[in-house]
Write a protein that binds this ligand. Structure first.
Ligand code: AMP
Length: 552
């Protein structure tokens, strides 16, 4: 028997129309570095998105599912692109501006981007690459910055505001198939070629509803969210779409991502929520300690992208900013799990233990653990295996060009279609996930696994340690052993023996897991999205570039 319900496609244009009418007075506030921030209502964004779509179609000839790329910071023009491009049926391709040049070139060519929207401040990054980008026919420049380096470009150069000028404020958005491509994002993988994930209108719509659930970010129109996580990093964790669904104001930092301006914008615009990776919060914490500001508005902070050290969570708690830990990946749109403690733990000694997990699976994400021999492992809070997931906003393949079959590499997708996350962890009977490592970062010592993340968290809870990354290095006797690379806080003098004693006596690390090899570094190298780049550390060690002390 068929249902008797209407079948209305879940489209980005519907999110835009809803946000710009029902929540027309909500705002996108863009930080400008000096003077007043720039403010635009959702109603204005709706009208300007329509104008942008007209310009792309009538002036630049964008048709069908052509790719329109963005090389932009988080700002209101980028939000307009987020809505205009998919709503008209084209595909939004957000480019990670922190990628090495050769990867950016590879990605633009692979996606065959025909139009590229760029912020003026990023022209110096784009201009030298243009000779290698034959598919790009139009460049549209938004915001301040010297245009001169684009003078010799073969692609036509347009001004964003001039392009929008005088065009109609509404657009007859097409009634698309909800399974069609809406946006694409390449993984920031540190090995091999980047892999393209293509989100559908349907997957983004459903994911946005999940972001808004009380169990997830729980935001309403009385909130303002500070979107630090870049719009090129998995759709800024779904926030631009989710906010238009429920009228949440967005505070956009544009290119002002350093700790001092972030602290300033929190103090003056008083956001109630913020989202970013741990390294951003580490920087902000140091800034606030050096120069306190009023950050009391920020009641909730979503941290994900890499493991949130418990010490960071405690420090934020003390400042009145409650951290909510979440896990996800480019392939999962990204919302996978969110660590909200269950009712029975709230207000008890168990609460913190739940908050430091990666969190609980929502109804839309099914999870299972697979052991080294391919066996299914129970959710018993003890058995560690690779996490596999499936659901309506989880990737089932990678993009392989317009005419090719999508890629389903065996190390990424199981035979029955689940995504193999490459993350190793345990799941409690209540469905809380605790990640112990990336499969490729786990330290295999004498047939036993040592979690690099556990050692890092323990080290970062030492008062003299600013940051710590632990990697596996070859060892004649054990196969692999941990190497601890440590960044000390300014002026700190603590020695390796003392740190090792701290791990064992204070942090409860088992003796056989204690690192013998130690080195002090100035900073931990980071990937393009601000995660510890352990590949670079392993490489530096292999090339003998680290000054390693081996304790007896
Ligand atoms: P990306 O696709 O760049 O967002 O990277 C996804 C990967 O980041 C995941 O597979 C995890 O390894 C890691 N990750 C994301 N969130 C967390 C978290 N809360 N704790 C630990 N690792 C995380």
């Amino acid at each position: 028997m068929l249902s008797t319900m209407q079948d209305v496609p879940l489209l980005i244009s519907r999110i835009l129309t809803h946000g710009s009418t029902v929540h027309g007075s909500s705002r996108v506030i863009t930080w400008t570095g000096e003077g007043e921030p720039h403010r635009r209502t959702f109603a204005e964004i709706g009208a300007r998105s329509a104008r942008l779509a007209h310009a792309l179609r009538d002036e630049l000839g964008v048709e069908g599912d052509e790719r329109v790329a963005t090389l932009m910071w988080n700002n209101s023009e980028h939000v307009e692109a987020y809505f205009a491009i998919p709503s008209m049926g084209a595909v939004l391709h957000t480019l990670n501006l922190r990628l090495p040049a050769e990867q950016l070139v590879w990605i633009v060519n692979h996606a065959a981007d025909r139009v590229l929207l760029v912020n003026g401040s990023l022209i110096p990054l784009l201009a030298p690459l243009l000779p290698q980008l034959p598919t790009v026919e139009h460049i549209v420049v938004a915001g301040p910055g010297d245009r001169a380096p684009l003078a010799g470009a073969t692609a036509r150069v347009h001004e964003y505001e001039e392009l929008l000028d005088g065009r109609p404020d509404s657009y007859d958005w097409p009634e698309l198939d909800e399974r069609r491509a809406a946006a694409m994002c390449y993984t920031s993988g540190t090995t091999g070629d980047p892999k393209g994930v293509i989100y559908s209108h349907r997957s983004i719509y459903l994911h946005s509803m999940q972001v808004n659930m009380a169990e997830s970010m729980s935001l309403t129109d009385s909130d303002t969210t500070l979107v630090v996580v870049p719009q090129f990093h998995v759709n800024a964790w779904g926030l631009p779409h989710a906010t238009f669904m429920s009228g949440v104001n967005m505070l956009m930092p544009d290119r002002f991502l350093q700790p001092a301006p972030l602290a300033e914008m929190i103090a003056s615009e008083r956001p109630t929520h913020a989202a970013a990776v741990p390294t951003i919060w580490q920087g902000l914490l140091a800034e606030l300690r050096a120069k306190p500001r009023d950050v009391s508005s920020l009641g909730q902070v979503t941290i994900g992208g890499s493991a949130c050290p418990p010490s960071l969570m405690e420090a934020f708690d003390e400042l009145g900013m409650r951290v909510c830990h979440a896990w996800g990946m480019t392939e999962t749109s990204p919302l996978g799990t969110v660590a909200r403690p269950p009712a029975h733990a709230i207000g008890t000694d168990e609460e913190f233990g739940y908050r430091v997990t990666q969190g609980r699976f929502p109804a839309g994400v099914e999870a299972r653990l697979t052991g080294p021999g391919g066996e299914r492992l129970p959710w018993d809070g003890e058995s560690a295996g690779e996490l596999e997931v499936r659901g309506p906003w989880i990737a089932g393949a990678y993009y392989n060009g317009p005419d090719a079959e999508p890629l389903r590499p065996a190390d990424k997708f199981s035979e029955d279609g689940w995504l193999k996350t490459g993350d190793v962890g345990i799941i409690s009977p209540e469905g809380f996930l605790t990640l112990t490592d990336r499969a490729k970062d786990v330290i295999k010592s004498g047939g036993e696994w040592i979690s690099s993340v556990d050692l890092e968290n323990a080290l970062m809870s030492h008062p003299d340690v600013a940051e710590a990354a632990v990697v596996a290095v070859p060892d004649d006797k054990w196969g692999e052993r941990p190497l601890a690379t440590v960044v000390l806080k300014e002026g700190a003098q603590v020695g390796f023996e003392a740190l090792r004693a701290f791990l064992s006596e204070e942090a409860g690390v088992a003796r056989w897991q204690l690192p013998e090899r130690w080195t002090i570094v100035e900073t931990v190298p980071k990937t393009s999205v601000g995660k510890f780049d352990k590949k670079k550390i392993r490489e530096a060690h292999r090339l003998g570039k680290l000054d390693v002390t081996k304790l007896a």
